[in-house]
Design a protein around this ligand. Structure first.
Ligand code: COA
Ligand code: AMP
Length: 636
């Protein structure tokens, strides 16, 4: 029996014993009463009774064990030309100092702090400092606009916001402070203040009384020899809230607990990624996403690795060889990125000419997640790098991989298009819409038998009901992933797409329902539908159809432009809505349900059969014609 089968079997035979054993890799202030209590929380809680601190396990413990001089963070920022190495000891000093700064401003255990930050070391310092105090951070991706930030402020009710004067996109400087200030103006909840990391590329005007300069606060705390120790908290207490797209405009506040999260991440570093403490691990993502939380910040540091914090893009900073330069220069052992980044690189450097310029012999594996890894991209990468290219599947909700090829345990044969097999902790089933298991190879709803393993969300922030209705009600006894797919006869998973109205744009998870709410708010719009259409670079792109109100006088072209601007303003540039089409009417069933799925198929040029309940099939021809003339889609 292979190591994977043996390990998965060991978990299945004794799930609680399995995770209790894995938990010995973490340092606990007080041990747990029982590794899992099925009666606590919505579906049970991991490690109740234990007390611990994530920052302690990420920093203090390593310094005490002699890793102080090892580099913790390599900050590599092609957009500013800065490269910096920060040792574990230096990072601990910064974090303990900033924790004191936060504590001085009233942040205590359980308080929330929102971080709206670019990819700078201070963002990691702020995350870890918040964790050090037993407080709860909520990082908001910089590509979201003020309105989205405001909705998170109202839900999380933070005591403070930490931001930077700017983020740097290749095409422009993004001033963050005005966005944070606008968000506070829009929000009902008013945080006590904003701490601002000033960057020389754009220095923000600070508003006295509201805004505080990060560097000045740090200098004052250092002068006063002010540092804060770790505050032990319950393993079941939250470490962070990360908002992710739901089916409406109101994002879901995914809660991550403290103890189970550490156990799962530590296990994954050894067994999924196959990296050892001291090695360099690089997740080329953003701290605003779950990949950034888990694999830029917490997992590498908890495991005693060196993590790369890269402030740049796969292409254009300066070219499609940027990733390979970083891998060579910093001796990266394992790289984790999104397929869309590889597609962007492949588009600019299809023959891999730039790859030849770098010595990538230290790179053992390339991990992909965030969206489906299309076989063509996987094949290209395998061919160009000659190393395993490992697709793995997970969600913001789970925090670590549900399905993967466990490179540390055993490299299983790769089937392109499959993220391989279920990880220990996950009993994955494929059910039809009525909840019956389907045969191997048959498409269905992918669900996970409860309880979820350590690291997965225990609930939504202050909203057990929404957690239940969103994930647990439709298939009783199971967590509904909202992904559709199948398991083949060898037990390999295939993840084919979402069953809800979430789309995946350049590895970013977006809600078409949320976009529809914004589009519908335009005064001239009678009704609308936003769908995802296939895109060879970004995987999917949003496309909005709208019907104008009767008697609307405005020029349709002008309204299309206004809608694009409105979505950018309300959701943010990350929404990437660039195509808006005014149509005379929308296709619907006789009961009035808009046929979004059928429109997606038309836009993607796929064959389709209109549902028998369609109200007026002629509308589909009108839609097809508009798509053909405006965006060149060619329905079959
Ligand atoms: N702050 C402010 N704006 C941001 C931003 C940030 N942190 N990140 C992205 N944006 C903006 C971009 O500037 C762009 O704005 P524009 O419409 O004015 O050009 C818009 O949001 C869309 O950005 P993006 O999706 O990154 O598209 P792109 O065309 O700039 O780049 C890729 C395309 C493929 C290179 C890029 O999407 C990429 O690197 N993707 C990898 C995704 C990833 O790592 N996902 C994490 C999950 S693992
Ligand atoms: P997010 O919560 O942003 O990580 O997005 C999670 C969603 O992205 C999943 O529900 C899937 O739809 C998709 N996804 C992530 N990783 C993969 C993968 N390896 N293969 C297919 N889809 C993926």
């Amino acid at each position: 029996m292979g190591k994977y089968a043996e390990t998965y079997g060991r978990w299945r035979d004794d799930p609680i014993g399995f995770w209790a054993e894995a938990a010995s890799a973490i340092e606990w202030e007080t041990p747990w009463r029982t590794a899992f209590n099925p009666d606590m929380g919505v579906y049970g809680r991991w490690f109740p009774g234990a007390r611990c601190n994530t920052c302690f396990n990420a920093l203090d413990r390593h310094v005490a064990e002699g890793r102080g001089d090892q580099t913790a963070i390599i900050y590599d920022s092609p957009v500013t030309g800065v490269k910096r190495r920060i040792s574990y000891l230096e990072l601990l000093d910064d974090v303990a100092t900033f924790a004191a700064v936060l504590a001085d401003r009233g942040v205590e255990k359980g308080d929330r702090v929102i971080l709206y930050m670019p990819m700078v070391p201070e963002a990691l310092v702020a995350m870890l400092a918040t964790a050090r105090l037993g407080a709860v951070h909520s990082v908001v991706f910089g590509g979201f606009a003020a309105h989205e930030l405001a909705s998170r402020i109202d839900d999380a009710e933070p005591k403070l916001i930490v931001t930077a004067s700017c983020g740097i996109e290749p095409s422009r400087i993004v001033a963050y402070l005005p966005l944070a200030a606008a968000a506070i103006d829009q929000a009902r909840h008013k945080p006590d203040g904003i701490i601002v990391v000033q960057r020389e590329q754009h220095v923000a005007d600070l508003k006295p009384g509201r805004d505080h300069d990060y560097a000045a606060l740090m200098a004052a705390a250092r002068k006063a020899d002010h540092a804060h120790e770790c505050v032990p908290i319950d393993a079941t207490d939250p470490l962070y809230i990360l908002y992710t797209s739901g089916t409406t405009g109101q994002p879901k506040g995914i809660v991550r607990d403290t103890g189970g999260h550490m156990v799962a991440l530590e296990w994954s570093m050894t067994n999924v990624y196959g990296v050892a403490p001291g090695e360099v691990f690089w997740a080329a993502s953003d701290i605003g996403w779950v990949v950034g939380h888990s694999y830029i910040v917490y997992a590498p540091l908890i495991h005693g690795c060196t993590t790369v914090l890269y402030e740049g893009k796969p292409v254009g900073t300066p070219d499609a060889g940027a990733f390979w330069r970083v891998v060579e220069e910093h001796g990266v052992s394992a790289l984790f990125t999104a397929p869309t980044a590889l597609r962007a690189i492949k588009k600019e450097d299809p023959d891999g000419a730039l790859i030849e310029n770098y010595d990538l012999s230290g790179l053992r594996a390339l991990f992909l997640a965030g969206e489906r890894a299309d076989p063509e991209t996987v094949r290209w990468a395998e061919d160009k790098f000659g190393i395993p290219v490992i697709d793995h599947w997970w969600q913001t909700e789970t925090g670590w991989s549900i399905g993967a090829n466990p490179m540390g345990l055993e490299a299983l044969p790769v089937k392109r298009g499959s993220p391989t097999v279920a990880m220990p902790g996950y009993d994955i089933r494929i059910l039809d819409d009525a909840g019956h298991p389907v045969a191997p190879g048959k498409l269905g709803n992918i669900v996970i038998k409860l309880p979820l393993p350590p690291g997965c969300l225990p609930t939504l922030w202050r909203n057990d009901d929404r957690f239940q209705t969103s994930y647990l009600v439709e298939f009783p006894g199971y967590y509904q992933t909202s992904d559709a797919g199948y398991i083949d006869a060898d037990g390999y998973l295939f993840i084919m797409g979402r069953t809800d109205d979430i789309i995946n744009v350049a590895g970013h998870r977006l809600s078409t329902g949320g976009m529809e709410e914004v589009v519908a708010s335009h005064p001239q719009v009678a009704e609308c539908a936003v769908i995802g259409v296939a895109d060879s670079l970004k995987g999917q792109l949003p496309l909005a159809f709208l019907v104008l109100k009767a008697g609307a006088e405005a020029d349709p072209d002008a309204i299309e432009g206004e809608i694009i601007a409105l979505v950018r303003d309300q959701i943010g540039p990350v929404a990437a809505l660039k195509t808006v089409l005014v149509v005379p009417r929308l296709p619907k069933t006789r009961s009035g349900k808009i046929l979004r799925g059928t429109m997606s198929k038309i836009a993607d040029g796929e064959s389709f059969r209109p549902p028998a309940t369609i109200d007026d099939p002629a509308i589909l021809d009108e839609i097809a014609e508009i798509l053909r003339s405006r965006v060149g889609a060619s329905p079959r």
